[in-house]
Write a protein that binds this ligand. Structure first.
Ligand code: HEC
Length: 153
């Protein structure tokens, strides 16, 4: 009996961040009212201008914020801790979506389809981290830097 419970927990644990295809869409999706569904997410960030090459000062600031406010739940690999690991997040999501997830997490978790899907897998609501748009932009720069490292050479 105990073993069965442990097994179930293991499945839940490793299920987070995996392919969303095997999660049950049985839960009736709340209609997103008249808000447009967009892969840019919901929030004040409508457009992000990316830097190429990356801005090293922003990366450094972003990393400091990451260590302080995000590292407890997010690893830089694809390993989940509480939330999904960040490896590959910049290729999986639009930069606008990431910024809105960072600054407007409550609304995203209730109304954005991709965020709701993650919540179903992770079973923990990411708390509001009181992030300004500037701070979120720095962390985004750090995410791109991380993906260049884990994905690249
Ligand atoms: C207390 C744990 C916790 C902290 C701290 C936290 N998050 Fe999260 N985060 C989560 C969880 C859990 C999810 C998955 C969605 C859900 O279940 O709420 C998530 C999801 C995300 C996602 C989407 C990832 C993906 O694969 O699409 C982004 C982006 C994100 N968080 C950014 C941040 C940033 C930036 C910070 C720091 C400023 C942060 N998070 C701090 C728990 C946390």
């Amino acid at each position: 009996m105990k073993q069965i419970i442990l097994f179930a927990l293991t499945v839940v644990f490793f299920g987070c961040g995996g392919s969303p295809s095997d999660s049950t869409p049985s839960e009736k999706a709340k209609p997103a009212a008249k808000k447009e569904v967009s892969d840019k997410g919901i929030g004040e960030t409508k457009h992000v201008e990316l830097n190429n090459p990356l801005n090293p000062e922003m990366v450094t600031r972003g990393e400091a914020i990451y260590q302080m406010k995000c590292a407890a739940c997010h690893k830089l690999t694809d390993k989940r801790v509480v939330g999904p690991g960040w490896a590959g997040v910049t290729t999986k999501r639009k930069p606008e979506w990431i910024m809105n997830m960072t600054t407007n997490v409550e609304v995203m978790l209730s109304e954005d389809p991709a965020a709701r899907e993650l919540l179903k897998e992770c079973l923990v609501r990411m708390p509001n981290q009181n992030m300004s748009t500037e701070d979120a932009r720095d962390v985004l720069e750090f995410m791109y830097d991380n993906d260049a490292k884990v994905g690249g050479e």
